[in-house]
Design a protein around this ligand. Sequence first.
Ligand code: ROI
Length: 160
Amino acid sequence: MNTVYIGLGANLNDPTAQLHRAVDALNTLANSQLNAVSKFYASKPMGPQDQPDYVNAVARLETSLAPEALLDALQKIELEQGRQRKDERWGARTLDLDILLFANEIINTPRLVVPHYGLCQREFVVYPLLELEPELTLPDGRTLQSISKDVALNNLIPLN
Ligand code: ROI
């Protein structure tokens, strides 16, 4: 089994309900055990500002799925929750599930880059992850603590 962290985000169609549904779906994922979910956080949109605020969270999963099999499963959940893949980059979405970390692996394939490229810049990823894993060290040896010092909270607000 590998420990995996997944970023959850939504800003359309009742984002909090979308995240609850996604947590339910992660709970029933094959060959996997969901064992922690951060608080839900309200966050300001990164990218185009003419879209609603987001709700974000991070989940921790133990899984025996291979990385791309996990990606397939997450994309299936996104589609089941009405995600429409558009050409527009950084637009509003009903649900986004990102593999942030997969064990201590560094993955670079056409479909999957892990650690997730936004992991070290995005307050809505760094702080929920820090809530779950205050002692986390990334595959490159940096600590999440040290990374968080350079990431402004930017109005990130815990909702629960
Ligand atoms: N902004 C916030 N606050 N949260 C997200 O999950 C998020 N996801 C995205 C973009 C459009 C980059 N902005 C976001 O994909």
